[in-house]
Design a protein around this ligand. Structure first.
Ligand code: PNW
Length: 528
C-alpha cells in the first residue's frame, strides 16, 4: 500500500518542484545605465547631460560628493564588461544609450560619429557572443541644452526625442531587436521636478510632474508609432517601456488601508500603465477625479492633470509590445487622514494621491534609506499587473540589492534567492513574466547615493585607475541560476580574490614615472 502511495505521490512532488523551474524561453539578463557606468563624460565630442550638470554644479547633492565623470569607465572598458556578461552566461544585456554621446546637444542637426562608434562596437561584441542587446533610449540623462529649453515640461522635447529615437532605429535597428523608450517615467517626473531627488532637481510640487508625465507619454507613443510604421516590419524588433513601483502593503486589513494601497498603485503604476495597457486608455479615473477636485478647491482654473484628446488616448493605448517593470522594495501605506492632513504641501503629488508611505521596521534594511527587503512585494506587484492589465508580457527589467560593497555578499544572494523565488510563484500562477534582469552588472554611480550604495554583482574598485572588476558571491550565484534555470537555495559561493588598490600602490604608480624621468635627466647631464 505504502509503495502504491509513493508511486502516486512521486510524480506529484516532482511536478510541484518542476513548477519552480524557469520556463524554457525565459530570458535572464543584467541591467546597467549609461550615466551610471560609462564615464568619459566629455570625451570624443560627448555633450553635457542634466546629470553632468548637476554633479558639477551641486556636488553637495550627492551623498559622497562623487560623480559619474569616470564611473566604471565602461566607455573604455566595455571589452571587460562583455567578458563579465559571458562569465555570467546571461541571454541578454540591458543598457542605455547616452543621448548626448550621439547627439551632443540633443538636437538632431549634429551627430557625434565617435559616440555612434562606441555603441556599434558594444552591440557587435554582444552579438558576437550570443548576448541579445536590450536597449533603453532614455535612462534619465537628458541633454542639458534641452533642459535649458524646459526639458520635459516643453512639448518641443517630444519631437526632439523622436528625432533621436529615429536616428537610433536607423543606425542600430538592424542589430537591436529590443527597444525601451523610457526607464521609469515616475522617477523622471516626480523625483526630478516634484522633489529635489534627481536631476535637474527642482522642488516644485503639484504642477510640473504632471506636465512632464503627459509629454513623456506622448513622446513614448509617437516614438512607438514611428517604429511600428517605418522599422518594425523590416527590422522585426519589439518596443516597450519600463515602469517601476514599490509594493504598497496595507497597514491593516481594513477597507480603508486596502483602498490606500490601491490608490497608491494607481498613482504610481497606473499613471503610465493605464494610458498604455488598460482597455480604455487614459489616466486612471481616480487620478482624474482626485486631481480635478483638489485643483478646483485650490483655486486653479482647470485641473493640474492635463487632458488627452480622444486621438491621443487612442494613440497611447497599446503603444507597447511588452511591459518592463523595475522593483526593489515595499512600503507600508495608509490613507492621509485628519491627523496627518498637513504632512504634505498643497498642491503636491503626495497630497493628490492621499496616501502616506512609511517603512516597515521589521523588514531587513539595506544600504539605501528607501529600501527594505520584502520578497512578497514582487509577487504581489506581478499578480496586480496581471489582474489590472489583462496579463501583458512582462520583463522584470530591474531588481537588486544595495550594500556597502561586501565581496562575500550573502545578503544580496539571499535577496536574489527570495525575490526570484517570488517571481517563480507569480509565473506559476500564470503571470506572463518573460524574463528577469538583475540590477546591476557591477557597482556603479548610484545617482544621489554616489558610490556608497552598491548594487553590483561585480565589485568595482573606484580607486584603481583601471576600475578593476571582481566577481562577488552573487555573480557566481546568479550564473548558477542561469545555467541550471532554477534557484539553488543552499548555494553560497565564495567570491573571487580581491586586493584593494592601496594608497602605497597609488603613490608608486604616480611617483615611479617621475623618478625614472629624473634619472634619465640626471644620466643625460652626467654624460654630456
Ligand atoms: C532604479 N522603487 O530606480 C533605477 O532605474 C536605477 O538607475 C537605480 O540605480 C536603481 O533603481 C537602484 O536605485 C528605482 O520603486 C526605481 O522603490 C524604483 C524604485 C527604486 C529605485
Amino acid at each position: 500500500m505504502s509503495y502504491f502511495l509513493l508511486i502516486i505521490l512521486l510524480p506529484l512532488t516532482s511536478s510541484v518542484e518542476g513548477q519552480k523551474e524557469f520556463p524554457d524561453n525565459f530570458k535572464f539578463g543584467v541591467s546597467s545605465s549609461a550615466y551610471q557606468i560609462e564615464g568619459a563624460w566629455s570625451e570624443d565630442g560627448k555633450g553635457e547631460s542634466i546629470w553632468d550638470h548637476l554633479v558639477h554644479n551641486h556636488p553637495e547633492k550627492i551623498r559622497d560628493r562623487s560623480n559619474g565623470d569616470v564611473a566604471c569607465d565602461s566607455y573604455h572598458l566595455w571589452h571587460r564588461d562583455v567578458e563579465m556578461l559571458k562569465e555570467l552566461g546571461v541571454d541578454t544585456y540591458r543598457f542605455s544609450i547616452a543621448w548626448t554621446r550621439i547627439m551632443p546637444t540633443g538636437i538632431g542637426n549634429q551627430v557625434n560619429p565617435k559616440g555612434v562608434e562606441y555603441y556599434n562596437s558594444l552591440i557587435n561584441a554582444l552579438l558576437a557572443n550570443n548576448i541579445t542587446p536590450y536597449v533603453v533610449l532614455y535612462h534619465w540623462d537628458l541633454p542639458q541644452r534641452l533642459q535649458e529649453m524646459g526639458g520635459w515640461i516643453n512639448r518641443d522635447t517630444i519631437g526632439r526625442f523622436k528625432e533621436y529615437a529615429r536616428f537610433a532605429f536607423e543606425t542600430f535597428g538592424d542589430r537591436v531587436k529590443w527597444w525601451t523608450t523610457f526607464n521609469e517615467p515616475v522617477q523622471i517626473c516626480r523625483e526630478s521636478y516634484e522633489q529635489d531627488a534627481m536631476a535637474p532637481g527642482y522642488d516644485f510640487p503639484g504642477i510640473p510632474c504632471y506636465l512632464c508625465a503627459h509629454n513623456l507619454l506622448l513622446a513614448h507613443a509617437e516614438t512607438v508609432q514611428l517604429y511600428r510604421l517605418h522599422y518594425q516590419s523590416s527590422q522585426g524588433g519589439k518596443i516597450g517601456i519600463s515602469l517601476s513601483s514599490a509594493w504598497a502593503q496595507p497597514r491593516s486589513d481594513s477597507a480603508d488601508d486596502r483602498e490606500a494601497s490601491e490608490m497608491n498603485l494607481q498613482f504610481i503604476i497606473g499613471w503610465f500603465a493605464h494610458p498604455i495597457f488598460s482597455t480604455n486608455g487614459n489616466y486612471p479615473q481616480i487620478m482624474i477625479d482626485r486631481i480635478g477636485n483638489f485643483s478646483a478647491q485650490q483655486g486653479f482654473a482647470k485641473s493640474r492633470l492635463p487632458t488627452f484628446s480622444a486621438d491621443e488616448i487612442r494613440q497611447i493605448k497599446e503603444s507597447s509590445d511588452f511591459l518592463g517593470f523595475n522593483t526593489y522594495t515595499s512600503y507600508m501605506v495608509h490613507k492621509l487622514d485628519e491627523q496627518n492632513a498637513n504632512i504634505f504641501p498643497q498642491p503636491s503629488f503626495n497630497h493628490d494621491s492621499g496616501v502616506v508611505e512609511y517603512p516597515n521596521t521589521s523588514w531587513p534594511e539595506t544600504a539605501s534609506s528607501w529600501f527594505r527587503v520584502h520578497p512578497k512585494g514582487i509577487y504581489n506587484l506581478l499578480t496586480w499587473i496581471r489582474r489590472e492589465y489583462d496579463n501583458p508580457d512582462v520583463f522584470v527589467t530591474e531588481n537588486g540589492y544595495s550594500d556597502h560593497g561586501d565581496m562575500r555578499d550573502t545578503n544580496r544572494v539571499e535577496y536574489f534567492k527570495k525575490y526570484m523565488d517570488a517571481v517563480l510563484d507569480a509565473v506559476g500562477e500564470g503571470c506572463n513574466v518573460k524574463g528577469y534582469f538583475a540590477w546591476s552588472l557591477m557597482d556603479n554611480f548610484e545617482w544621489r547615493g554616489g558610490i556608497v550604495e552598491r548594487f553590483g554583482l561585480y565589485y568595482v574598485d573606484f580607486n584603481h585607475p583601471n576600475r578593476t572588476r571582481t566577481r562577488k558571491s552573487s555573480a557566481k550565484f546568479y550564473a548558477d541560476v542561469i545555467k541550471k534555470r532554477k534557484i539553488d537555495m543552499e548555494l553560497m559561493p565564495e567570491p573571487d580574490d580581491y586586493t584593494p588598490y592601496s594608497a602605497a600602490e597609488a603613490v608608486s604608480t604616480r611617483v615611479k614615472p617621475v623618478i625614472i624621468a629624473a634619472m634619465i635627466v640626471y644620466l643625460y647631464k652626467l654624460i654630456y
